[in-house]
Write a protein that binds this ligand. Structure first.
Ligand SMILES: Cc1cc2nc3c(=O)[nH]c(=O)nc-3n(C[C@H](O)[C@H](O)[C@H](O)COP(=O)(O)OP(=O)(O)OC[C@H]3O[C@@H](n4cnc5c(N)ncnc54)[C@H](O)[C@@H]3O)c2cc1C
Length: 242
């Protein structure tokens, strides 16, 4: 058998903002074309703080299209089960993910850290998550690590026997880390955040899986830095995408 790369276990999600063209002024000139025509471009030179009220009005009354004239590209590293949920978001998103056909997948796997609530109570639609005991946490981590090691060994055994990567990968579990570029605009990101975060200001509560929420929180922090007034209006209007 060839030398297997060292197996790694992670609990974190990483989100890097690799490219962006996104500012509050992008919302303003797009909205002002309705009434100002080509003069709407003057907005680019103005202090967007003066137009805070307009951004809030657009958000409140759900005039959504002015929030689409911007772009953010993120590089995200997260387990496959997170990407499976992520890729359900179809509108206003572009994705490119690493391939399990063209490269050998790295042995990096997800294990929950102690902050991850482990025990689910209640019934569908009314779930609540509570802390697990130390024993439950130990069991979860040990069981996952055991299973991941065995799965990755099986993957390597097949590769060593000359079986194609695209076939051998069937043995790998959804806790395997993958990476992707995801490009969106503020409107599609707000729709994603409304569904994939749990937030006290949300008018319509959502109950996302914690791991995709961790990704969403990091994306939101990047976006809030780029478009602070739009972010503020999103929160002030119940975190509902316009
Ligand atoms: C807490 C939670 C639990 C979930 N549980 C499940 C589950 O058990 N099983 C499951 O399969 N999925 C589940 N999902 C996924 C969910 O059903 C959506 O697929 C996902 O949230 C993407 O939302 P979206 O379709 O609104 O987003 P997008 O695909 O980005 O669409 C954005 C908006 O565009 C419009 N739109 C897009 N496509 C169409 C279309 N074909 N026709 C009409 N309008 C369209 C809609 O207004 C939509 O809201 C869950 C999601 C969440 C947040």
């Amino acid at each position: 058998m060839s030398d297997a790369p060292d197996i790694r276990f992670r609990s974190d999600m990483t989100v890097e903002l690799v490219k962006h063209s996104a500012a509050d002024t992008d919302v303003l000139w797009a909205a002002r074309v309705s009434t100002a025509g080509e003069q709407s471009l003057d907005e680019l030179e103005k202090d967007p703080q003066r137009s805070r009220g307009l951004i809030n009005f657009l958000m409140r009354d759900r005039h959504g299209s002015p929030f689409e004239h911007n772009s953010m590209t993120f590089f995200i590293s997260a387990p496959l089960f997170v990407f499976r949920e992520f890729h359900r978001h179809r509108v206003g998103w572009s994705y490119n993910e690493e391939s399990g056909r063209y490269r050998e997948l790295e042995p990096v796997f997800y294990v929950p850290d102690t902050s991850r609530r482990l025990v689910q109570e209640g019934r569908p639609g009314k779930y609540r998550f509570v802390e697990g005991s130390e024993e439950q946490h130990r069991l979860a981590v040990e069981t996952m690590e055991f299973s991941y090691r065995r799965s990755y060994e099986a993957y390597q055994e097949m590769l060593d026997a000359g079986i194609a990567r695209e076939v051998a990968r069937a043995t790998l579990p959804v806790g395997l880390y993958s990476s992707m570029y995801a490009t969106c605009n503020a409107r599609s990101l707000m729709h994603f955040l409304g569904l994939r975060t749990q937030h006290e200001l949300a008018r319509v509560p959502s109950f996302p899986q914690r791991e995709i929420e961790m990704v969403a929180e990091r994306m939101e922090a990047h976006w809030a830095g780029l478009m602070p007034l739009t972010h503020e209006a999103f929160n002030a209007n119940g975190r509902v995408a316009p």
